[in-house]
Design a protein around this ligand. Sequence first.
Ligand SMILES: NC(=O)c1ccc[n+]([C@@H]2O[C@H](COP(=O)([O-])OP(=O)(O)OC[C@H]3O[C@@H](n4cnc5c(N)ncnc54)[C@H](OP(=O)(O)O)[C@@H]3O)[C@@H](O)[C@H]2O)c1
Length: 343
Amino acid sequence: MTALIDPQKIPQRILPDGAKIPCIGMGTFGSDRYTPGQVAEAVAGAIRCGYRLFDCAAVYGNERLIGDVFQAAIEEGAVKREDLYITSKVWNDKHGEGDVLLSCAQSLHDLKLDYIDAYFVHWPFPNYHAPGCDGDSRNPDSRPFFVEDFMATWRQMERLVEMRSVRHIAMSNMTIPKLEAVLPLCSIQPALIEMELHPSFQQPELYAYCVERNILPVGFCPIGSPSRPERDKTPDDVVDIEMPEVVKIAKAHNVHPAIVCLKWAVQRGQVPIPFSTRKENYLDNLRCVTEDFLTEEEMALLAGADKNCRLIKGQVFLWEGASSWKNLWDLEGVIDRSGWAKA
Ligand SMILES: NC(=O)c1ccc[n+]([C@@H]2O[C@H](COP(=O)([O-])OP(=O)(O)OC[C@H]3O[C@@H](n4cnc5c(N)ncnc54)[C@H](OP(=O)(O)O)[C@@H]3O)[C@@H](O)[C@H]2O)c1
């Protein structure tokens, strides 16, 4: 079966070990809005369109159905396993000794794979919240980031590489102070770091920090996640697809503003992983990286449009004594454990 868009036409990024990864992928978080069946159906359609990179996670609750899709696509000959780049992530309640290995085994089983291309530590602390909980809920067991905790988790990630269960290991929702503390301790460096990236939240320092260290930034919420869960919305949030700069460029190219966000992301250098269950949208999202590029002036206009507007604030992960979601992001340049009183 030939894909609608030839995957060979999708530019590839090269990871430090020479492995290739498409410059754009598809997200699979249904945002508590789309059922596992709807997301799996979109993945099946996306493979037929020519997507080869899929961003999965245990906590999205849909790996089993997505795994059925991968298995069927490989068996039917629609795609070869080695042409897919599949990620998964260990959730916050599986950081304990041995749990990372069990969690990865479960994802391998659900995704029906014998290896995962990149396995992420989803959040850098073991703070669990129940799926679908509201934004004010707090878990009394939540802790701030501690280097020793994180490294105990990372050692298990390294073990997964040794066991050949995963090809690359990766981090997500990190900050420069946390990376400064842990990178010198890692026997295996992260090949990728997933972070929130869209025109109104460009994280230029963290982005540059990763690129300088040969770590590929993967950008989540690349369109500004218009259908994210209500708990992640505040009245001050910028809507990327309504930003005047984005809308102006979209008009000039006669495309939806979402497409401008994705072209900007790929031309800047990060790997965006947009989510959509609508075929016309996910097809456009893939096609847009093969044609009609943004000009240097348009890229500069978007670079200047950053509003430092974080959408996924993570407030449900706060520990007792913390006062604001900002405590999670080390805004003062040091690891923030504000209000933490427990020994
Ligand atoms: N590591 C982490 O902690 C983390 C956190 C958040 C997200 N993620 C990953 O990042 C992925 C993407 O983030 P996201 O899903 O929150 O946000 P997103 O990709 O920025 O936005 C998705 C929304 O954009 C709309 N959309 C997509 N393509 C469009 C187009 N061409 N035209 C118009 N609208 C379009 C979709 O609506 P339709 O369905 O109607 O097309 C959907 O509502 C997730 O699925 C997940 O894999 C990771």
